[in-house]
Design a protein around this ligand. Structure first.
Ligand code: MG
Length: 248
């Protein structure tokens, strides 16, 4: 019998613990910033005298810059030295910073879901692969959109974790800092790497694909958009996961 179950007579009744926290990815999940990364990567490819194919761009979504550079260089048939690659990364990040400073574009339903989670007094974390200096450009704008209550209890950026998504480390770092059991949390993600990270951390995952198709997986619930999704839906998602695969 897993923790939280109560035996009534001879019947085990499922009594899952409450939803403990909601962990949000940033780019492509809360905000429409993925196209900025795309624009910058296509721009870098042109700078290097090539054309990044759309499929290659698609496979960079949700990955670290190091991985994105490997994909871009392979697609362009280029070999870049570590120094040149570092300069390329800085060029892309500077380009994205300029685009992010231009304003915030919420993904459909994201602002409303975040507001609902906060109204329900649920702990929240933003868990992004984007480095702090760029993420803060978005976080600052999200905070200004929530003047009454800080939108996140915790923000974890790609340069603050021992390993990046799809490794579970970023989500495990967030749940540990919040003092919650990952099994009681819902992760909201748009990319395959992010979904894999959330599932590997032991969280239930709500997948809302943006630029990349997401394959079905146990523990993953897919929706086209966050529009109309509220806290009750996240609680249901956790409950359904428990029912499908009770904890040992
Ligand atoms: Mg994302």
């Amino acid at each position: 019998m897993y923790p939280g179950a109560e035996r009534v007579g001879k019947t085990a009744v499922l009594m899952p613990k409450n939803l403990a926290a909601v962990l949000f990815d940033m780019d492509g999940t809360l905000v429409e910033s993925e196209q900025h990364w795309g624009e910058a990567l296509f721009g870098l490819a042109r700078r290097l005298g090539g054309n990044l194919r759309a499929a290659a761009r698609g496979s960079t979504v949700g990955t670290s810059m190091a991985t994105s550079m490997q994909i871009l260089q392979a697609d362009l048939g280029l070999e870049r030295s570590p120094e040149d690659t570092r300069a390329d990364i800085a060029w892309v990040e500077d380009a994205v910073a300029g685009l992010l400073a231009g304003g915030l574009h919420w993904r459909p339903g994201a602002r409303e879901l975040l507001a609902g989670v906060r109204t329900a007094a649920l702990p929240t974390a933003l868990v992004t692969t984007t480095p702090r200096r760029l993420a803060d450009l978005v976080i600052g704008q999200v905070e200004r959109a929530f003047p009454d209550v800080p939108p996140f209890d915790l923000t974890v950026c790609g340069d603050e974790v021992p390993a990046r998504k799809p490794d579970p480390a970023p989500y495990l770092q967030a749940t540990a800092a919040l003092g919650v059991d990952p099994a009681d949390c819902v992760v909201v993600e748009d990319s395959a790497a992010g979904v894999a990270a959330g599932l590997a951390a032991g969280c239930a995952v709500l997948g809302v694909p943006s630029l990349q198709p997401l394959a079905p997986a146990p523990g993953l619930v897919l929706r086209d958009t966050l529009a109309g999704i509220g806290v009750a839906d996240l609680e249901r998602l956790l409950l359904d996961r428990e029912t499908a695969a009770p904890r040992a």
